[in-house]
Design a protein around this ligand. Structure first.
Ligand code: FE2
Ligand code: FE2
Length: 244
C-alpha cells in the first residue's frame, strides 16, 4: 500500500474559476491531475489532499468536484483549506457530500489501512501586510490558538480510535505551513512531534513567490513536505510505501 499526496486541487468543475490566470501550466489542470493520478494510484492506496480542494462557494456547487474525486482510485483524506467555503457546518451534511472512501478531517481523525491521520488547517503566523492584510498580531494569535485546539482535538480523536484499532504509522495533515519561515518550531510542531507522526503533509503555498515559506525538511523526526499540486507538476507525490 502506498500513500501519496497532492494538495490544493482548486477544482472548479461547476464554476468559472480558471486557474490558468496563475500561469499557462495551470491550463486544464484537473485533466493533468486525473491522468497522473489514475496512472500511479492503486485502489488500495491513499491520497492526501490537505486543503483548498474546491473553489465552490457552497456545498451544492462542490458536487461536480466530488464526482471528479470519486472517479479517482484510492482512499482520499482532506483537511479544510482557507478557500474551502463549500465545507458544510454539520457532520451529517459533510457525510452526504463525501464520496466513498473519502475522509474530511476537522477536530477529528481517521484510520485507513492501519495508518492514523489527524491534522488541522493552521494559519498565517503574522499579518500579510504586503498584501493589505489588516489583521493585528492579536487577531492572528487568537486564530492560531483556535487551530492549536483543533489539532489537539484531532489527535485526541485519533487516540480514541486507536483503542479499538491499532496503527503502525501516524501522519499529520495541515493546510498552511505548520512552522513559520526561517524557524524550526511553532506551537503546532511540538504537538506533531509528541504525537510521533512520521510525516506532516501540507499545501497552501503556490508558485515561485511562496518558496521562502516552504519547509522541506526532517525536523525532530517529522518529515515536512509541501504538496501543492502546481509545485508537484500536478502529479501525486509518493510519501510512503508500506512494502519498502
Ligand atoms: Fe491553495
Ligand atoms: Fe490555501
Amino acid at each position: 500500500m502506498r500513500i501519496w499526496a497532492l494538495s490544493d486541487l482548486h477544482l472548479s468543475l461547476d464554476g468559472d474559476k480558471p486557474m490558468d490566470v496563475f500561469g499557462d501550466h495551470w491550463q486544464n489542470h484537473h485533466q493533468q491531475m486525473a491522468e497522473a493520478w489514475d496512472k500511479v494510484v492503486a485502489d488500495d492506496d491513499i491520497v492526501l489532499t490537505p486543503g483548498d480542494f474546491s473553489w465552490a462557494k457552497n456545498t451544492a456547487h462542490a458536487v461536480a468536484d466530488f464526482a471528479w474525486l470519486a472517479e479517482r482510485p484510492g482512499s482520499k483524506i482532506l483537511v479544510k483549506g482557507n478557500h474551502d467555503y463549500w465545507w458544510p457546518k454539520t457532520k451529517t451534511k459533510l457525510h452526504e457530500v463525501l464520496p466513498e472512501k473519502t475522509y474530511a478531517l476537522k477536530k477529528n481523525a481517521c484510520i485507513v489501512n492501519g495508518v492514523g491521520f489527524f491534522g488541522a488547517r493552521g494559519g498565517d503566523f503574522a499579518p500579510l501586510t504586503r498584501y493589505g492584510d489588516k489583521r493585528s498580531q492579536e487577531d492572528i494569535d487568537k486564530a492560531l490558538e483556535k487551530e492549536q485546539r483543533e489539532l489537539e482535538l484531532s489527535l485526541n480523536d485519533l487516540k480514541q480510535h486507536e483503542q479499538n484499532q491499532a496503527t503502525t504509522l501516524r501522519i499529520c495533515l495541515f493546510h498552511y505551513p505548520p512552522i513559520p519561515a526561517g524557524r524550526k518550531q511553532s506551537r503546532f510542531s511540538s504537538i506533531i512531534e509528541e504525537s510521533g507522526a512520521k510525516f506532516c503533509i501540507y499545501g497552501h503555498l503556490h508558485g515561485s513567490e511562496s518558496q521562502a515559506a516552504r519547509i522541506e525538511a526532517v525536523i525532530n523526526n517529522v518529515d515536512y513536505r509541501c504538496t501543492s499540486c502546481d509545485l508537484l507538476g500536478f502529479e501525486p507525490s509518493l510519501i510512503f510505501d508500506t512494502e519498502s
